[in-house]
Ligand binder design. Structure first.
Ligand code: P6P
Length: 342
């Protein structure tokens, strides 16, 4: 087969690295200040440092558990702590971030000398139970505003709706390392080039298809689901060629991996409430909200399965959990047609 017809893409944005993309305002960030731009680049620096640890964890005794349990009651992996500390130590500098709330910490870390009115929420290493078996994991982050004239940030300062996020993103440490970022107007992906030590634009203006052909949910929880989720699960596996059913099942058990696939290809991912996790398992501030902002900016959707948009949910506490269904608008609507009135 001849490849004469194929030539390397020559787009004006080819070879644009992440820092340039942000500095040149290609993120279409209204009212972006130098502080905001510098903060995004700081977050990206932290993810570069995390990438370097994740990629060689098996060679530097960074695999396995620390023996401790975090505020979530989960066993802490060594890389959880390393990722958390890298984000704190990076964001502590330059004064752009006033405080950071992390899945790994009971309370936020406040940076008292900061002059930048921004807060960062993060799951430093999501899916970390998969680290030792080399399955994709990721870092999730969101940026909120804080008016320092009202005083230093407190836990209450973080309890803002997802609608108030000014930026959201994640890094997936998969077959390649990809950072996906939005400030609400477009979603863009940047692939890590280890030979250069930079993220380069690889997915310009990601759009989620209005419908996909895969569903992603932990079917091991079937006996714990509500009747509506059970009915949806039977529907999505039924045979109906006219409706392009059944869908294919895909479940990695790492939210960043399942959500990234869904963002690019469509379909849906759900972690609904069940008898074991009556409020859902995933955390609102630093898992559901950043992804909800990303999916909405890419033309997708994220709700709690009962008709409430994730971005409209008012947090009541820092580590609040929510039921979550996200993905293609049509697929999320199909899920909710079975669950909305429960
Ligand atoms: P389960 C990982 O621990 C995580 O928080 C998400 O990344 C993932 O989607 C979910 O939990 C998996 O949970 O109960 O299916 O193992």
């Amino acid at each position: 087969m001849s490849y004469a017809s194929w030539a390397p893409p020559s787009s004006p944005q080819q070879g644009v690295n992440l820092e340039t993309f942000i500095l040149e305002g290609m993120l279409e960030t209204e009212g972006a200040t130098g502080t905001f731009t510098a903060l995004l680049n700081q977050i990206c620096l932290a993810t570069k440092l995390i990438t370097s640890r994740v990629r060689r964890a098996g060679l530097s005794d960074l695999l396995g558990y620390t023996g401790e349990t975090n505020v979530q009651g989960e066993q802490v992996q060594k890389l959880d702590i390393i990722a958390n500390d890298l984000l704190i130590n990076t964001l502590r500098r330059q004064g752009h971030c006033s405080a950071l709330a992390s899945e790994e910490l009971a309370e936020p870390v406040v940076f008292p000398h900061a002059s930048g009115g921004y807060l960062v929420v993060t799951d430093p290493l999501d899916g970390s139970s998969n680290i030792d078996v080399d399955i994709s994991i990721g870092t999730i982050f969101g940026v909120l505003r804080h008016d320092l004239k009202t005083g230093p940030p407190t836990t209450q300062s973080f309890l803002q709706k997802g609608r108030d996020l000014v930026a959201a993103g994640y890094v997936i440490y998969g077959s390649s390392t990809v950072l996906v970022l939005t400030t609400g107007n477009g979603v863009h992906g940047f692939t890590w080039d280890p030979s250069v030590g930079e993220f380069f634009l690889s997915h310009n203006n990601i759009r989620t298809p209005s419908r996909g052909n895969t569903y992603s949910i932990n079917e091991g929880n079937t006996s714990r689901w509500s009747p509506g989720v059970k009915a949806w699960n039977e529907y999505i596996k039924s045979v109906d060629p006219e409706k392009n059913l059944p869908y294919g099942a895909r479940y990695v058990g790492s939210m960043v991996a399942d959500a990234h696939r869904t963002l690019l290809r469509g379909g849906m991912f759900a972690y609904p409430a069940d008898t074991k996790s009556p409020g859902g398992k995933l955390r609102l501030l630093y898992e559901a909200n950043p992804f909800a902002m990303i999916f909405e900016a890419a033309g997708g959707k994220a709700t709690n399965g009962n008709g409430t948009n994730i971005l409209d949910i008012k947090p009541t506490e820092l580590h609040m959990r929510v039921p979550l269904v996200l993905g293609s608008t049509e697929d999320v609507d199909t899920f909710e047609s079975f669950t909305k009135n429960e």
